[in-house]
Design a protein around this ligand. Structure first.
Ligand SMILES: C[S@@+](CC[C@H](N)C(=O)[O-])C[C@H]1O[C@@H](n2cnc3c(N)ncnc32)[C@H](O)[C@@H]1O
Length: 257
């Protein structure tokens, strides 16, 4: 009688407490790992609402007005707010880019175009930005935002591609030239692969500046560990999860190996 009672109360304990507790813990761990990654992508409805707002409310041909209008919209939309750089990151990015004075830049993960427009304002007139966005709707919208800001076709190219495919394509586009600045603002778990492919195709040079966003996310850990153990890259400074890295050396890859 007593063992049967103990067995049934253990069953109650198992099903009533332990199973829900374990399920809850698994859910919390899952959310912790993937929540930030979910917020990196906006749905088409939000994207279109932002697009319309910027088209109606900004002064066309004035990049500062377009950027400010993005920020205005972000006040009423937390999802967009989470995607744009903060005021501190804007200043950090502008300072570090001015110091390195790049001519050719690549933005991986263009989404609504905010960071692409900001980079274009910092490049010289003869500079060139390759803005990469794998989602076709977002890429079209970002391209429109860049044009609305007043930038011309010869100042930027929108690559409607996955970042890794775009890096391969870039190595043909830019011929002998190298990339002076890379902004990584796509999925942090893909930063390491992007860095390795950039090295392999030979578009980096000694002095290339790499900016990587959201590096506080666990998905960026492998990338950060790689940087810290790698002699070819030096972390210069950081601001709220956005880091500046300098390429200090380049390697030649032998594809016959
Ligand atoms: C933080 S947003 C980029 C924000 C953008 N730099 C801006 O200023 O508007 C994240 C980016 O990651 C891209 N992305 C999301 N999932 C991806 C994936 N699986 N592969 C490549 N890019 C991805 C999104 O399309 C988006 O452009």
């Amino acid at each position: 009688m007593i063992p049967a009672l103990m067995a049934s109360s253990s069953l109650v304990l198992l099903t009533g407490l332990i199973v829900p507790f374990c399920t809850g813990m698994v859910w919390i761990l899952y959310k912790y790992r993937f929540w930030k990654m979910d917020t990196l992508v906006v749905d088409v409805k939000t994207q279109q609402a932002l697009r319309r707002y910027v088209l109606f409310e900004s002064v066309h041909g004035k990049p500062d007005s377009v950027l400010l209008t993005f920020k205005e919209y972000a006040k009423q939309d937390r999802q967009i707010k989470g995607l744009l750089f903060t005021a501190e990151q804007d200043i950090f990015l502008a300072d570090v880019v001015k110091k390195y004075n790049p001519l050719t830049a690549v933005a991986l993960g263009t989404q609504c175009g905010y960071s692409a427009i900001q980079l274009l304002t910092l490049l010289p007139c003869n500079g060139k930005l390759y803005a990469v966005e794998h989602d076709e709707n977002m890429a079209e919208s970002a391209e429109e935002m860049i044009l609305v800001s007043g930038f011309k076709n010869q100042q930027f190219s929108m690559l409607f591609q996955h970042p890794i495919d775009a890096i391969h394509a870039l190595s043909n586009h830019i011929n002998e030239n190298k990339v002076d600045l890379v902004l990584m603002d796509h999925q942090p778990d893909q930063y390491l692969q992007a860095l390795q492919v950039l090295e392999e195709v030979g578009v980096l040079h000694q002095g290339t500046l790499i900016l990587a966003n959201n590096i506080e996310q666990s998905a960026a850990k492998e990338f950060m560990d790689h940087l810290q153990s790698h002699l070819y890259f030096e972390i210069i400074s950081s601001c709220q999860g956005l880091i500046a890295i300098q390429c200090t050396k380049t390697r030649v890859f032998n594809y016959n190996d």
